[in-house]
Design a protein around this ligand. Structure first.
Ligand SMILES: [Zn+2]
Length: 433
């Protein structure tokens, strides 16, 4: 993916915000249609049917009809793609898009270019024998630093070519996506990066992801995702407090929130940058990259509970969730996979942090504290995260307890809860802010 910061003019910005609103509206309609689906009902409308409905809706709804039809149709296409990829993408079922949170739209290129086969011969339609025409984004490079792109209804919108060297070349893309978050516009071209060639050393690296140490490598290195400094965090709190005290819908309130947004954008940028650099380093130096298998979605589930049954330690858990999400665990793995396709593996995680990487003994007493691991069997001493990473590199999560299998016609007796459990966040002493 190549992503650049966009600098629209005031009028362009207004038009683009309208595009965002239309795309979000159409997407959410599609989500609603599909959420009505039940097993006994007939299937929810697919992409083609939705496009037909969109044409109708545009005729009846003046606000929608005034918008750009391509932008709205692309939102439906995005939804269809997300729906099809829901089991493999890691994002699950497509869900609601919220105002200010998920602002963006996709634009399909308007230039028509003849498509080619992989060997360079012109691609012909199998039935008619005519040349197949593909789409291409209309772009112009202005100088070494700036380029511009055609956005429907806005004319030329400028963006800054931030990457140096090779990647400063304009990407060859059929579509692009414009996003707006934390007061900044970005343009992203869907380009699959050239896979990084394996170094061919046969080296395997195991990575254990944690809150204290973002990524512990099995070679003993510990890598940390940059966070906001204490000062920056204090600034966020200060501006949030001022915003809360300002009069409703006053310009002061908006200005304070804009300052908060800028700081939060900085945090996200740092995280993304770190993930890109680290994943490139991993893809370049190791033949096989092993991550412990995490279900981040389940790990960061809220402890809020329901009104009737409120959960316990809600604030603590939400602090931990924030800490987990601030580490960019998912992004690191995702980017590594893209750069080293077929060279990334997931190792089931159950006992990676409790198993001794020297002798294989699994005992919860071996983990003395958050950082210290002393094997209760062989006395092997190691940093707890490095020990876990070594287990991951070996592809070992430890063997789950043997299960008493049921004989023919018998029933499986309920198994006892294992005494060997992952340390819980509250008693390993992770600071919860
Ligand atoms: Zn041991």
């Amino acid at each position: 993916m190549s992503r650049f910061r966009m600098y629209p003019t005031r009028e362009q910005e207004e038009q683009m915000l309208l595009h965002c609103a239309h795309a979000r509206y159409v997407w959410n309609l599609a989500v609603e249609q599909h959420s009505h689906w039940r097993r006994w009902r007939k299937s929810a409308p697919g992409f083609a049917e939705q496009c037909r409905q969109l044409t109708e809706a545009r005729r009846e709804n003046e606000w929608l009809g005034a918008g750009n039809a391509d932008v709205q149709q692309q939102a439906l296409k995005d939804f269809a793609k997300a729906k099809n990829a829901r089991f493999t993408s890691g994002f699950g079922e497509p869900t609601w898009r919220k105002k200010f949170r998920h602002e963006g739209f996709r634009v399909i290129g308007t230039d028509r270019v003849p498509e080619c086969n992989e060997d360079g011969t012109p691609k012909l339609n199998a039935k008619t024998g005519k040349q197949v025409m593909g789409r291409s984004v209309v772009m112009q490079k202005l100088n070494r630093r700036w380029a511009q792109v055609k956005v429907p209804g806005c004319g030329w919108v400028r963006f800054r070519l931030s990457a140096k060297g090779k990647s400063a070349v304009l990407p060859d893309a059929k579509t692009f996506r414009v996003t707006f978050r934390y007061g900044q516009w970005h343009i992203a071209f869907a380009v699959t990066p050239e896979p990084t060639p394996a170094p061919g050393t046969g080296e395997v690296i195991g990575i254990d992801r944690g809150v204290k140490i973002t990524a512990a490598l099995s070679d003993g290195r510990t890598l940390n995702c940059p966070q906001l400094t204490t000062r920056e965090r204090a600034q966020i709190r200060k501006h949030e407090r001022r915003a809360a005290r300002a009069k409703k819908s006053s310009p002061e309130k908006a200005a304070e929130y804009a300052k908060v947004a800028r700081l939060k954008a900085r945090e996200a940028d740092r995280r993304k940058d770190w993930c890109e650099k680290t994943s490139t380093m991993l893809a370049r130096t190791y033949d096989l990259i092993r991550f412990e298998k995490l279900n981040i979605k389940n790990m960061t589930r809220s402890a809020k509970g329901t009104v009737e049954q409120p959960g316990k330690n809600v604030a603590q858990k939400s602090g931990l969730n924030r800490a987990i999400l601030a580490q960019g665990w998912g992004l690191l793995r995702q980017r590594a996979e893209r750069k080293a396709p077929g060279r990334v593996e997931d190792v089931p995680a159950p006992y990676t942090s409790l198993r001794c990487s020297a002798c294989g003994w699994i005992d919860k007493n071996s983990r003395k504290s958050q950082a210290e691991f002393v094997c209760s069997s062989c006395g092997f001493t190691c940093n707890a995260d490095t020990n876990a990473a070594t287990n991951v590199a070996a592809g070992q999560g430890g063997i789950p307890r043997p299960r008493r299998t049921a004989g023919a016609g018998g029933t499986t007796p309920p198994t006892q809860r294992s005494s060997v459990r992952e340390p819980q966040p509250t008693w390993v002493g992770i600071p919860l802010f």
